[in-house]
Design a protein around this ligand. Structure first.
Ligand code: ZN
Length: 145
């Protein structure tokens, strides 16, 4: 039952991606690549006043990698940099099976926990989140200038 629900959520995001596209400048662009599956995710992130005020993604690859990027867009928009970093850690822990998936607590992101028994798929699910991690580092470097 739960696995069907996971699949449904992932397919819904894959077929109807949220926030697909590009941002106008000013923005930070970060590319991510998962060679083991051929997945590509490009994030456009705008940081204003210490918050992720907008985010878009482009890319191609398997349904899990693209659905994960779509979920990221919904989850991270409006978050402070610190909240965004915590969210990344939470999702990585979910995907790797280090914490229990809970729809009430994690919302649709809980569906990403469905890959935890498939090590090859873990990299697909985490690609967008590692890419965001790099984008946030860029944002900090820009802010420090
Ligand atoms: Zn993949």
């Amino acid at each position: 039952m739960l696995e069907e629900l996971y699949q449904e959520i992932i397919l819904d995001h894959y077929r109807h991606p949220r926030g697909r596209g590009e941002l106008e400048p000013p923005k930070i662009t970060q590319e991510g690549f998962n060679p083991s599956c051929g997945d590509e995710v490009i994030l456009d992130v705008r940081v204003e006043n210490g918050r992720v005020s907008d985010v878009r993604f482009r890319g191609r690859g398997c349904s899990i990698s693209q659905a994960s990027a779509s979920m990221l867009v919904e989850a991270v928009k409006g978050k402070s940099l610190e909240e965004a970093r915590q969210l990344i850690q939470q999702v990585l822990a979910l995907v790797k099976g280090e914490i229990e998936a809970d729809f009430e607590q994690h919302g649709e992101l809980a569906a990403l926990a469905g890959v935890r028994n498939f090590p090859v798929r873990v990299k697909c699910a985490t690609l967008a989140w590692h890419t965001l991690e790099e984008a946030l580092k860029q944002a900090e470097e820009v802010a420090a200038k």
